[in-house]
Design a binder for this molecule. Sequence first.
Ligand code: FMN
Length: 305
Amino acid sequence: MNRRDALKYMGALCAGSVLASTGITALASCSQNPRTKRLIFFFSATGNSLYVSRQLGEEKATLLSISQEIHNENPVYEAEEIGFVCPVYCFLPPAIVQDFIARSTFKADYFFAVGTFGAHSTVFPEFFNNFAKEHGVQMNYISCIQMVDTYLPYFDADREKADPKNQLIPEKIAAVLAAINKHENYILPVTQQDRMIYEGYFRSSGRDRQRPTITRSEKIVFATDACIGCGVCTSVCPHGCWKVVDGHSVPQGECENCLACVHNCPQKAISIIPTPPEPEEPNRNARYRNPNVSLADLIKANSQL
Ligand SMILES: Cc1cc2nc3c(=O)[nH]c(=O)nc-3n(C[C@H](O)[C@H](O)[C@H](O)COP(=O)(O)O)c2cc1C
């Protein structure tokens, strides 16, 4: 077996064994439990939000992946406390998170949400608060935690990993945890500068203001010749966009632009097609996954296979 075949075999083994052993249906099973203490719904492409969910969950919480729960045909959830943790995408909650909230019913005494972001969260808390209210959820607490920025067209992931901002993550998580344990009522305020950044971005990008990152996967990503057809992209994509055809990965379908495929490809064989006015990614060798989260964890959370 040559090196390429060995890597391909290992990739397939990793994806296959994760699916066989984790039992994705187990993730969806606790919606029947009427008085779970703390229920946390998370969406995560590169692990930041999954890591924060785990830290906020402590020992007592049940964590459910939104990528799996979005298929629940009876999405009624009840717990003492219900939380949502997700990345900030173009200053908003990802479309899959919005869709999940819109189609589900939640009953709890206390609701909280945390957005993980890299540079600017701007209007995220206000948008989340209003969106939840429109769908029958009265939020008690919303905050944001700054972490590595995974949006590769603007950020070199290697520089992000080395950024001193990361040293503050543990204390920021601890502060959020203390607040939700005390059932604090707090919505992170949006400043005038936040509004200017937000307005400026949407004016120049021309993106949809409700679902800015939804696009066709084949328009934004492709597998290079370095692809060995291992299939990791097919199992880590929360929208099930990838297929391996004749030993090479091919994207097709509605995509969140989450870049899970790009960051988690073991060969760094997935590239981003620049969408003007966005620049080409500054460092196509720099990829990221939260150091506390494994590829198997993300496959378990996101796989649509
Ligand atoms: C499509 C996309 C859009 C993003 N938009 C923003 C943004 O508007 N503001 C920001 O500060 N970070 C933004 N980010 C960075 C992520 O919010 C951040 O890295 C997050 O912690 C990733 O979470 P995850 O590892 O759980 O997927 C964006 C990332 C992606 C992939």
